[in-house]
Design a protein around this ligand. Structure first.
Ligand SMILES: [Fe+2]
Length: 191
């Protein structure tokens, strides 16, 4: 059976990973239309904040070393990247982060997600944020939960190592206290 290629991430689902899960928010935080590597996938973020936190995607890790490229088509965003520490067997440690980056992105930017980095995008502008990416998608997959993506470690940690919160009218990083070890981080331009 061919599945629908579109999905919406609801406020209800996003409560797993919000800075303030009790805060009110829009019924839908972002929309996905999936076409796969060649046709590409489109994501559209609503604007605004939920309990002071800018609207964001849920965030995920990849299950293999797949290299994903995001192109910013419209709007203004911050890309969060986090790389987990590994134990002696090479398994990732979900609550210990070796590298964390918060990069300001704008239309025309194309960003290669480093393999195995957790990634999410935050809409810091007043308009829709729109991206195109080349992650795989098969006709037997579910648009809201593609096979290549691992959402569970993010759910377990109630989001990434930092939340992007509006402070004095500007985005700022606020640490997620559930993580045991996190490097200091600041919002920086994409190089
Ligand atoms: Fe991804």
């Amino acid at each position: 059976m061919k599945n629908e290629p579109y999905a919406a991430r609801t406020h209800e689902a996003m409560k797993d990973v919000l800075y303030d899960p009790a805060a009110a928010g829009p019924a839908i935080h972002y929309y996905m239309i999936r076409g796969g590597a060649k046709k590409r996938n489109i994501t559209v973020w609503d604007s605004g904040q939920v309990g002071g936190e800018y609207i964001k995607t849920y965030g995920h890790y990849h299950l293999d070393d797949f290299k994903e490229t995001y192109t910013i088509l419209a709007g203004s965003g911050i890309l969060l990247l986090q790389n987990r520490a590994r134990d002696q067997q090479g398994a990732p440690i979900d609550d210990q982060i070796d590298r964390f980056q918060a990069l300001v992105v704008k239309p025309g930017d194309s960003i290669l997600i480093p393999p195995y980095d957790g990634h999410l995008l935050v809409n810091i502008g007043d308009s829709w944020l729109v991206t195109s990416d080349n992650s795989p998608f098969g006709t037997d997959e579910t648009a809201g939960a593609p096979r290549h993506a691992d959402y569970e470690p993010v759910k377990k940690m109630r989001g990434f190592a930092y939340y992007v919160i509006e402070q004095h009218g500007r985005p700022a990083l606020v640490r997620n206290p559930l993580y045991k070890r996190v490097p200091p981080a600041s919002i920086a331009p994409l190089e």
